[in-house]
Design a protein around this ligand. Structure first.
Ligand SMILES: Cc1ncc(COP(=O)(O)O)c(C=O)c1O
Length: 386
């Protein structure tokens, strides 16, 4: 059997990881400024996380959601405390798409309406409704097509207001990333998020904060939506939640009431996943990682802004992007193959930085030195060619 070939791969095999470094099969060390796609929150193979999972594995890894699982209750309490949303309810699942799928469905159960407002350049996952609310036609299969999703321009307050005035009887939910990730690190304006809150209140719609990538402390606040001083009705989470152990979840405001059978999953909230997620929150608290992410992010953004060759540096905390001009189009590749540094990208020309929240100042400097060297080297090559 062969693998179903859907991923364009770098020819690198990682066999070991620790903190913000990973090593390939030949022992070459790489700096991970990509966080394995924003997943590594507390650092690769953090000893507390490893121990928590190992200890749990010796006891029980899985039993179905038909019995008491006290670890779920412990996780809900801890998550309430660390996120500041103590009066919310937690539903656990396995991935970001599944979190969004459940959030959209829950909203529709709640207000018995059908239409979803989503925004240009959004990415919400690949399952049926999540992908229908994603602004990328290439990944929407005919079976996923629906006229229940209305796309509006991101950050366009007038368009949002007008849409609600026209269609509020049908609008069930608004789904929005506080900082768009796959779309290229685009920050939702605070006034835009505040308007979503106001309109959802006025017209009985559900505000869904897709925090799969921008949540869990990455932005320097637990949820990037917190910067706007508003509470969403539902927060969806995944990536940083398990530091690589697959787990997703949704936080649900108290006014949305559960009913038996309304949502469900076989694997969601299993013992092992809860142990991993608890370890992540314990480390976030013990190591003060949300405030670290804010400080490191500010330092990195300021340093990047002083590099003339790259453009439009933006982001919050450790969710950072910048535009790469055409003459530096090989920058990402050269950082990887000449300097052994992983970075992320967003098509067509954005480099995304999503390191562990525990990345050190020294590692950030290591990245900045490599970036400056690579830019200088590319410019030198171009001079010679000219
Ligand atoms: C904002 C956002 N939502 C949802 C998802 C989907 O998450 P998953 O790949 O875990 O299904 C992603 C993944 O990149 C994402 O960035």
């Amino acid at each position: 059997m062969t693998l179903f070939d859907v991923y364009p791969l770098n020819n690198i095999t990682i066999t070991k990881a620790q903190g913000s470094y990973v090593w390939d099969e030949n022992g070459v060390q790489y700096l991970d400024m990509y966080g394995g796609h924003a997943v590594i929150s507390i650092g690769h193979t953090h000893p507390h996380w490893v121990k928590r999972i190992e200890d749990q594995l010796e006891k029980i890894a899985f039993y179905s959601n038909s019995i008491n699982i006290p670890l779920q209750v412990e996780l809900a309490e801890k998550l309430g405390k660390v996120s500041g949303k103590e009066d919310y309810q937690l539903f656990l699942c396995n991935s970001g798409a599944e979190a969004n799928e459940n959030a959209l469905k829950l909203a529709s159960f709640h207000n018995n309406k059908k239409k979803i407002i989503a925004f240009s350049k959004s990415f919400h996952g690949r399952t049926s409704l999540a992908v229908a609310a994603t602004d990328n036609k290439n990944i929407v299969a005919p079976v996923n097509e629906t006229d229940n999703v209305i796309f509006l321009p991101f950050n366009d307050e007038a368009a949002l207001q007008e849409c609600f005035e026209k269609h509020h009887k049908q609008i069930s939910s608004v789904i929005v990333e506080g900082i768009q990730g796959v779309g290229g690190i685009n920050i939702a304006n605070e006034s835009f998020l505040q308007l979503i809150r106001t309109l959802c209140d006025k017209y009985n719609a559900v505000y869904i904060a897709d925090s799969v990538q921008c949540g869990y402390g990455r932005s320097g606040q637990f949820f990037s939506h917190d910067y706007a001083g508003v509470n969403a009705d539902v927060y969806t989470m995944a990536k940083g939640m398990g530091n690589g152990f697959p787990i997703g979840g949704i936080l649900i405001a108290p006014h949305i009431k559960p009913k038996h059978g309304m949502l469900g999953t076989t694997f969601g909230g299993n013992h092992l996943a809860c142990a991993a997620a608890l370890a992540v929150l314990e480390v976030i608290e013990d190591e003060n990682l949300i405030s670290m992410a804010k400080q490191r992010g500010m330092y990195l953004i300021n340093k990047l802004k002083s590099i003339d060759a790259i453009k439009n540096v933006r982001g919050k905390g450790l969710m950072i992007g910048f535009d790469v001009p055409e003459e530096l189009k090989d920058l990402k590749k050269k950082l990887l193959f000449d300097h052994f540094i992983f970075t992320g990208e967003a098509k067509p020309n954005v480099i995304r930085l999503l390191p562990s929240l525990a990345v050190t100042r020294k590692q950030v400097d290591e990245f900045l030195d490599a970036l400056n060297d690579t830019i200088a080297a590319i410019k030198e090559e171009q001079k010679v060619e000219a």
